[in-house]
Design a protein around this ligand. Structure first.
Ligand SMILES: [Zn+2]
Length: 178
């Protein structure tokens, strides 16, 4: 997919549109055989940071789309304080990324698919702990392009399972022929 907008280019304030930009980032992850999660940070109608999951490429468990995106946004913005910024991410952020969101002072999080296993935003316990520690919690908008975001992740894992099955069958056939 072609990226039509570069950092700093003005876009209308529109959650659906920015979620599509986050989805474009998720496609980069998919093309690189990473779990397809993508994110963008928007300030005053402009994309100031992008990121996609690069755990395998960087061999870094912290290289989630959100963390890389927040880093890029802080670099572009000239400050780590991302107040008045919205993070768009295709999958509900995990506990680590929630920590990064709180530390960055992101004021709004818009996400696509919910993550019942690792997702931290639906947890009332995390929310009340965050309030206790930080005195704030970002506004959360869930479910923007939920189906599309979920389908990409499901397709990725389906293909991985199929590939592993084929590799097993190939190995078994080779053993039989020896
Ligand atoms: Zn995460």
């Amino acid at each position: 997919m072609t990226i039509l907008y570069e950092c700093g280019e003005s876009l209308p304030q529109n959650d659906e549109l920015f979620m599509q930009r986050a989805y474009s980032q998720a496609l980069h992850a998919y093309e690189n055989r990473e779990v397809p999660v993508g994110a963008v940070v928007v300030h005053a109608g402009q994309i100031i940071g992008r990121g996609y999951n690069q755990i395998e490429k960087l061999q870094d468990a912290t290289a989630h789309a959100e963390v890389l995106c927040l880093g890029a946004a802080a670099h572009h913005h000239g400050t780590w304080r991302l107040t008045e910024c919205t993070l768009y991410v295709t999958l509900e952020p995990c506990m680590m990324c929630l920590g990064a969101i709180l530390q960055s002072r992101i004021s709004r999080v818009v996400f696509g698919a919910g993550d019942s296993r690792f997702g931290a935003l639906h947890s009332e316990a995390y929310r009340s702990q965050a309030y206790d520690a930080y005195g704030r919690f970002p506004e959360i908008i869930p479910g923007i392009y939920e189906e599309q975001c979920r389908e990409l992740i499901q397709r990725f894992f389906r293909e991985i399972r199929m590939q592993r099955k084929m590799e097993k069958e190939r190995a078994a056939a080779q053993n039989e022929s020896v």
